[in-house]
Design a protein around this ligand. Structure first.
Ligand code: HEM
Length: 449
């Protein structure tokens, strides 16, 4: 028995057209019309299923984690950008790298970076003070991108990127659009062909690579200089069995991966959160009340993290409705039974936080922005994987605590000083390009709180 096809299937191109022109509408329509499982077909023999039910998410990401791989068109395109690092690698190689990186993400280590995160956020506060006085609008998406870039470069690499931030931001935007296009087109010239498009791609990639190479060279030359402990740990890591260090290429891939995954995602989480706070003023007022009550006039610190449940709930709800990683894919290495079907070895499985986070069986008023869903005691009867913005199982995001602590400290620092308002009538449009970004940026008016 076959599962129903994703709506909008066309002869020859299958579901490519729908997934290319309106991916979010296509998958939400599949959920609405077909329910938990839909079959999807792309040219070139790539077939698979969308799985929306939390139990099915668990089947693929947790129960059968060893029987799926990242050998998918999406990850192949991403490899062009971030190489074979933690996000894209598989098997024994991935496991070894994950073990090396894991200690750097220990909760205590991340909390220790809190004061630095707040200090770097204050630079954004200075910029916004100027904008508020001048009455100008700020592109909040870009502003958050620069801030999170600063944070990841400073805390993980020990590098000041202020000079390069604008270039790197632009390069990453270009790269993500380019890669996305490679995923959803039936064919594009391989990146090694000297086409104008490929040249632009490689130039953009090099401008990101240069920042990373500089950081690696500096840390190698001055291992004891303050900052960048994480980079130092990667440089000094040795294989338990062979005693070998990572090759230069491995090291570079891991650092580019963490540099990219570590700032682009958190920036979008923050950008979406500012847009939600503007659209739902009651939530903004409640957030402000919690920050005033807990912090008074003092700066926030990482130790406040557990004491700010509403702030964390606002971020969680933002990640529910606008999950930065909106889709994840896997290739099945063996037949896997899911619900009433057996999904064949060699096919693809797509899991989408964007769709599952709106599943009407698990979320009341799914389109409503309501942080109360994430307050203590709420949603106790909901399956855990009805919500999986950071993935699940062994390949779960290594940086979830880093991202949530950072976003909490940024929000707590800035939301007490500023109110951000979208221009009247503007409803930001989510653009799914690898990550979910506000299409065309997020122009907002900044005024003092
Ligand atoms: C709001 C922010 C973030 C979101 C929503 C997010 C989301 C995700 C998701 C969904 C995955 C799993 C992908 C899959 O299963 O295919 C993932 C993996 C990963 N993330 Fe994040 N992430 C965020 C922040 C970060 C940060 C701050 C870092 C690093 C500092 C980071 C580093 C990674 C790495 C290295 C992996 C691969 C882990 C592995 O497979 O071992 N992420 N992330």
């Amino acid at each position: 028995m076959l599962a129903p096809l994703v709506p909008g299937h066309l002869p020859l191109v299958g579901n490519l057209y729908g997934m290319r022109t309106a991916p979010l509408a296509t998958i939400t329509r599949a959920l609405r019309e077909n329910g938990d499982i839909s079959r999807v077909e792309f040219p070139g023999g790539n077939r698979g299923h969308f799985l929306f039910h939390p139990d099915h998410v668990r089947t693929i990401l947790v129960d059968h984690a060893k029987h799926v791989s990242k050998d998918t068109p999406g990850f192949a395109a991403l490899r062009l950008l971030i190489g074979n690092g933690l996000v894209t690698s598989d098997g024994a190689f991935w496991l070894r790298q994950r073990r090396i990186a894991q200690p750097a993400f220990h909760r205590a280590k991340i909390f220790a970076l809190g004061d630095r995160m707040v200090a770097l956020t204050k630079r954004t506060a200075e910029e916004w003070t100027v904008a508020a006085k001048a009455g100008t609008t700020v592109d909040v998406a870009e502003s958050m991108m620069r801030l999170t870039l600063r944070v990841v470069a400073d805390t993980m690499l020990g590098q000041d990127v202020e000079r390069d931030a604008a270039d790197v931001g632009r390069a990453i935007t270009h790269l993500l659009h380019d890669i996305n296009d490679r995923i959803v087109r039936p064919w594009t010239p391989p990146v090694t062909w000297p086409t104008p498009r490929n040249r632009r791609f490689l130039e953009a990639r090099d401008s990101v690579g240069r920042v990373v190479d500089e950081a690696i060279a500096r840390k190698r030359a001055h291992p004891d200089a303050p900052g960048g402990d994480f980079l130092r740990m990667l440089i000094e890591a040795r294989d338990e069995e062979t005693g070998e260090a990572m090759t230069d290429q491995q090291l570079r891939d891991e650092v580019v991966t963490l540099f990219g995954a570590g700032h682009e995602t958190t920036a979008n989480l923050l950008a979406w959160t500012w847009s939600w706070l503007s659209r739902v003023p009651d939530v903004r007022r409640k957030l402000r009340a919690e920050l005033d009550a807990v912090l008074g006039d003092r700066d926030v610190t990482a130790d406040d993290y557990p004491r700010l449940p509403y702030t964390r709930a606002v971020l969680a709800e933002s990640l529910r409705l606008t999950p930065v990683v909106w889709i994840a894919s896997r290739r099945l290495l063996q037949d896997i039974p899911v619900g009433d079907y057996v999904l064949p070895a060699g096919t693809l499985a797509f899991l989408s936080p964007y769709a599952t986070h709106r599943h009407p069986k698990f979320w009341e008023n799914p389109e409503g922005f309501d942080p109360e869903r994430f307050m203590e005691g709420a949603g106790a009867d909901r399956p855990t994987l009805a919500y999986f913005p950071f993935g699940a199982g062994p390949r779960k995001c290594i940086g979830d605590t880093f991202a949530l602590v950072e976003a909490t400290l940024v929000l707590a620092t800035l939301a007490r000083r500023f109110v951000l308002e979208l221009p009247p009538g503007l409803v930001p449009d989510p653009e799914p390009v690898i990550t979910l970004r506000p299409r065309g940026g997020l122009p907002m008016r900044v005024r003092p709180a």
